[in-house]
Design a protein around this ligand. Structure first.
Ligand code: ADP
Ligand code: MG
Length: 251
């Protein structure tokens, strides 16, 4: 695909995160729907070639459990520069919006679906691990669902260069970080496993599992400190099977 502003048109806004905005777009020559994410980066010429080289690795990622990456380009704008990343569009959206919608109808995601999520994410992590990539940002909003029910990971932290270039101070700080990460240790594959466990708890309970229900509101720093100190939460035995409780407990 040749991807630029003349070959694509914006259809709608899909969402906004801490560092970027995601739009649904259409590739005009083929009619193919895609998602585009724009992220503001520091306008530092020297990083560009390295950044694009790292991103080009994503193009070779080929797994049914990873959102397809079509390409990236830099765009100049008033405030500096953005990088536009073109990727597969997942029409059922992300797991956070899905569980919140189900919660608003007083429903719960069933254990069969939770199992499917765990299986898909773990298959994705195995694929990435074989290619020496740590995801770094596993959370419900980065687990996408296609119209045919496939579950895929997006927003891989493949590029250290990209992480460094993002013009934002709080990047990389997330409630889903493993305790060792919060305490400043390096990233390991096991950090992704922690984040998967938390994400499963969240979509099973329809709420982020820290702090426990009824506890006072905490600041970000207090919450991260709390996550480091308290035991890992479990699913309540009254509502879940012992299989899923054990599966999440052994992370
Ligand atoms: P975050 O992941 O922190 O929510 P992002 O900027 O990565 O922030 O994404 C914003 C939202 O856009 C996500 O929550 C998700 O619902 C949606 N989104 C992202 N990528 C896609 C995609 N490829 N297909 C469909 N929806 C997407
Ligand atoms: Mg995301």
């Amino acid at each position: 695909y040749i991807l630029n502003e003349t070959t694509t048109e914006i259809m709608s806004k899909l969402g906004e995160g801490a560092v970027g905005t995601v739009y649904k777009i259409r590739h005009i020559p083929t009619g193919k729907l895609m998602a585009i994410k724009s992220v503001d980066v520091y306008p530092d010429e020297t990083n560009h070639r390295q950044l694009l080289r790292e991103l080009s690795f994503l193009k070779y990622c080929n797994s049914p459990y990873i959102v397809k990456f079509y390409g990236a380009r830099f765009v100049n704008n008033e405030d500096g520069q953005s990088i536009y990343m073109y990727m597969e569009y997942c029409d059922a959206g992300s797991l956070d919006t899905i569980y919140k919608k189900i919660d608003s109808m007083n429903g719960r995601i069933g254990e069969g679906v939770l199992g499917k999520v765990a299986e898909s994410v773990l298959n994705g992590l195995v694929y990435l691990h074989k290619n020496k990539i740590i995801h770094r940002d596993i959370k419900p909003s980065n687990i996408l669902v296609t119209g045919s029910g496939q579950i895929k990971l997006c927003d891989l932290g493949v590029s250290g260069e990209l992480v460094d270039s993002i013009a934002q101070t709080f990047v990389g700080t997330s409630y889903y970080m493993a305790p060792e990460r919060i305490q400043g240790a390096g990233y390991a594959v096991t950090s992704d496993v922690w984040s998967l466990g938390l994400s499963l708890l969240e979509i099973a309970l329809n709420r982020f599992p820290f702090p426990p229900e009824g506890a006072p509101r905490l600041t970000i720093i207090e919450l991260l400190d709390y996550i480091v100190r308290v035991p890992i939460p479990s699913l309540p035995e009254s509502q879940f099977s012992s299989e899923i409780i054990n599966f999440i407990d052994i992370w």
